[in-house]
Write a protein that binds this ligand. Structure first.
Ligand code: DSN
Length: 437
């Protein structure tokens, strides 16, 4: 094949192999997951659900989607799974659409506190349809449950959402359930409890993190490409009665699985991506194996080792450390420079992470005080305690360079030092091959 696209893909394989991926929402899939994604299933239209399609020729697709659904249910102890959302954003949008009317109130963690864009950021479509109210975190980095309760009782939301993309604690799902019960009693309406566990779904599947569905939540959304180590895509699982998605059903919590099916298709999406659904099925089977539990436990161990090392080297960590896969580092308070210059300098040495605002940042999305990093991807490659110490050490050497240069443009003056670190990172990275390459 001589299309230049394949040359660029080769360059990306090299970038991934020679660097270390510290973005907490990224991971590496297996060769089998890659193979399923690159299959002829992409040729097929299959609007509808297994056994209930609007096109012929779906006898194989039906079997694949059914496998994906059954495996997802088994992974999360759920009554129902919808494996069709093209992304986590689509999954969230479908749940809002399934349960809320325009103007309804949704209570969710605010973006600066660690929530996600799709949880009510004013720039999103959902925020123009629903009335989002944001709760925050305490100084210690945990959810501010007292504030959540007050906001819930004052505003009587239709939906309470626990979910985040920059939060390092384990949510108290039981406490949120009891708040939802109080709102229901006070308002007389049912409150949907939704958890967006995109970041930690693999930890839940690996049984090292509580499952919100075991603590009174009815719905959990996720992406499938983060800790679940599947293809880029979305997933919705739920508890309740599973009905016929082609027929209307009453707006009741017990019908949430069917309301969700109807909200995904035809509510918010068209034809499902069956090649991606096949890859989800393959990944879910991998996630059901005992080795995956070991992987999930190692993600947390590596994150905590990295946190301890960084703390010892003078990095100030939001919330003091981590209980999951993710760390937020306040580089501004630690060393005086912002997250953007640090992200850039680390990129130059082959350590990829992202600048991230901290709950205390005031509108600092473009020059945030922090960086966000995590261990799912490097744990997949087999890095362990010794390598976490090495990464912390490189991060400190790069931090020293940033502290001296202060400006991104001045990093050029440190090319030699950065190149030395780059060579060291490359050597270690190549000793831990990327799966599927
Ligand atoms: N972009 C993902 C993350 O990095 O957390 C969430 O959508």
């Amino acid at each position: 094949m001589n299309d230049e696209v394949f040359e660029i893909i080769k360059q990306e394989e090299k970038r991934q192999s020679e660097g270390l991926e510290l973005i907490p929402s990224e991971n590496y899939v297996s060769a089998n997951v890659l193979q399923a994604m690159g299959s002829v299933l992409t040729n097929k239209y299959s609007e509808g659900y297994p056994g209930k399609r609007y096109y012929g020729g779906n006898e194989n697709v039906d079997q694949i989607e059914t496998l994906a659904i059954e495996r997802a249910k088994q992974l999360f102890n759920a009554d129902h799974a919808n494996v069709q959302p093209h992304s986590g954003a689509n999954a969230n949008e479908a749940v809002y659409f399934a349960w809320c009317k325009p103007g309804d109130t949704i209570l969710a963690m605010s973006l600066p506190a660690g929530g996600h864009l799709t949880h009510g950021s004013p720039v999103t479509r959902s925020a123009k349809i629903y009335n989002f109210i944001g709760y925050g975190v305490t100084a210690s980095g945990d959810i501010d449950y007292d504030e959540l309760e007050k906001l819930a009782l004052d505003n009587e939301p239709s939906l309470i959402l626990v979910g985040y993309s920059a939060f390092m604690k384990i949510p108290d799902f039981g406490r949120v359930k009891s708040i939802a019960d109080k709102v229901s009693q006070q308002s007389g309406h049912e409150v949907l409890l939704m958890a967006d566990m995109a970041h930690v779904a693999g930890l839940i599947a690996g049984k090292v993190h509580p499952n919100p569905l075991d603590h009174g939540f009815q719905v959990m959304t996720s992406t499938t490409h983060k800790t679940l180590r599947g293809p880029r895509g979305g997933l919705i699982i739920s508890k309740g009665k599973v009905g016929n998605p082609l027929k209307k059903c009453e707006h009741k919590l017990e019908n949430i699985p069917t309301l969700i099916d109807r909200a995904v298709f035809p509510g918010t999406q068209g034809g499902p991506l069956e090649h991606i659904i096949a890859a989800k099925a393959v990944a879910f089977q991998e996630d059901l194996q005992p080795e995956f539990r070991d992987y999930a436990a190692r993600i947390i161990k590596n994150a905590q080792t990295l946190a301890n090392e960084l703390r010892d080297l003078g990095f100030e960590l939001q919330g003091g450390g981590t209980d999951n896969h993710l760390l937020l580092v306040n580089v501004k308070s630690s060393f005086g420079f912002d997250g953007k210059i640090y992200e850039k300098a680390l990129d130059l040495v082959g350590l990829t992470l992202n600048a991230n605002a901290l709950p205390t940042d005031k509108g600092g999305a473009f020059r945030p005080s922090g960086v966000r990093l995590g261990t799912p991807a490097i744990t997949t490659r087999g890095l362990g305690e010794a390598e976490m110490k090495q990464i912390a050490n490189w991060m400190k050497r790069v931090a020293d360079i940033c502290a001296e240069s202060q400006e991104e443009s001045a990093l050029d003056n440190y090319n030699e030092e950065l190149a030395t670190i780059r060579d060291e990172v490359r050597e270690l990275a190549l000793a831990f091959p990327v799966p599927g390459i």
